[in-house]
Design a protein around this ligand. Structure first.
Ligand SMILES: Cc1cc2ncn([C@H]3O[C@H](COP(=O)(O)O)[C@@H](O)[C@H]3O)c2cc1C
Ligand SMILES: O=C(O)c1cccnc1
Length: 339
């Protein structure tokens, strides 16, 4: 039995209307400390903003980052019947076994940056319905997936990365972004695991059919998650919302993770204030999506993997920012002239 504070999409929606804010005293204290550290003002660039942002959410002007959590959610997609991926759907369950055995990129990156990693496979034997014909999920299925995500967050974590594995999910993510931001299907599709030009055109066709079959997805984050998303995508949204309630900062990963985040932002503007963009992936529309959300990526490495991999790398950047912020001496402590 979960003690999740929502049992319906409506309750989840209203929970998002009343989210905690960062601690102003910690923000002020961190900004003041930042101004006293032994470096020219602003010389650590965005690392300074990152450290102050993190301090605000943690309620501590001089915080440490010692317990990052990476959670990878996996789901299967009925829309794979439309030939949207370069890989077969059985890769999803095979990769879950690989995650559990420690053999995937995200295992290595989580380990490299000192993060605990958890894997949650969501009903892999029952793919969501093909959303070119109607909603991918019922409301009960959506709530179940949001709940898995909500419950996956360790309350004692001090940073969250959500990752995903789900063959077909760049199509689901593109359908969510098309539903929320409009434009042409071609604006939001990308090559995912590596489809060719014909595959790209097919994905655009699938998106057009998805919008036709799911009018309620347009302009509504939760309906978009339900109708054209997927279980692992909804679970990421649930986990990010839980992190906000616990004031655990989040690093966003690639296109799919950011599409899940966009659904939350659509329901409640400001719902992503506790999140930074870890990287911009090579998936065609990720940069545009980050622009829509007003997020500037920390890294740009041409990655297009998902699994939380780009965000996991950015844990290193945030750790560096906090090592400087919390560990450096002030001008007074070091006896350095402050100009
Ligand atoms: C071996 C393998 C490992 C992966 N890890 C993440 N993805 C990524 O690729 C999938 C999305 O691309 P598409 O929409 O084209 O299917 C997702 O599972 C995503 O996490 C992988 C894909 C493969 C093949
Ligand atoms: O941007 C991503 O997260 C991504 C891109 C391609 C394939 N899988 C994930």
């Amino acid at each position: 039995m979960s003690d999740t504070p929502f049992t319906s999409a409506t309750e989840f929606r209203s929970l998002l209307q009343d989210l905690p804010q960062p601690d102003q005293t910690a923000l002020d204290g961190a900004a003041e400390r930042n101004g006293q550290l032994t470096k020219p003002p602003g010389a650590l660039g965005r690392l300074e903003d990152l450290a102050i942002w993190y301090a605000g959410w943690r309620g501590d002007a001089r915080p440490a980052l010692t317990a990052p959590q990476v959670v990878v959610f996996a789901g299967n997609h009925g829309v794979c019947a439309q030939g949207v991926s370069a890989f077969p759907a059985e890769v999803t369950v095979q990769m879950v076994a690989n995650f559990k055995a420690g053999g995937a990129a995200i295992n290595q990156l989580a380990h490299a940056f000192g993060a605990r990693m958890d894997v949650h496979a969501l009903d892999l034997d029952t793919p969501t319905a093909d959303f070119t014909a109607g909603p991918a999920m019922s409301e009960a299925e959506l709530v179940e997936a949001l709940t898995v995500g909500w419950d996956a967050v360790d309350p004692s974590a001090d940073l969250l990365v959500t990752g995903e594995m789900g063959i077909g999910n760049t199509t689901a993510a593109a359908a969510i972004t098309l539903a929320l931001f409009g434009g042409a299907a071609e604006d939001w599709v990308g090559r995912g695991t590596g489809v060719d030009d014909a595959g790209l055109a097919n994905k655009a066709r699938v998106l057009a059919a998805a919008m036709e079959a799911n009018p309620s997805a347009k302009g509504d984050g939760l309906e978009a998650l339900r109708c054209v998303g997927g279980r692992e995508v909804a679970a990421m949204a649930g986990a990010m919302a839980r992190a906000r309630v616990l004031r655990i900062p989040v690093i966003l990963d690639g296109f799919i993770c950011t599409a899940a985040a966009a659904a939350l932002d659509n329901v409640a503007s400001g719902a992503l204030d506790h999140a930074v963009a870890g990287h911009v992936s090579a998936e065609a529309a990720h940069g545009a999506l980050l622009d829509k959300l007003g997020k500037s990526p920390l890294l740009s490495l041409g990655m297009r993997l998902g699994e939380g991999s780009g965000a996991a790398l950015a844990i290193g950047v945030l750790k560096g920012a906090l090592a400087c912020h919390s560990g450096m001496s002030t001008f007074a402590e070091a006896g350095v002239s402050d100009g």
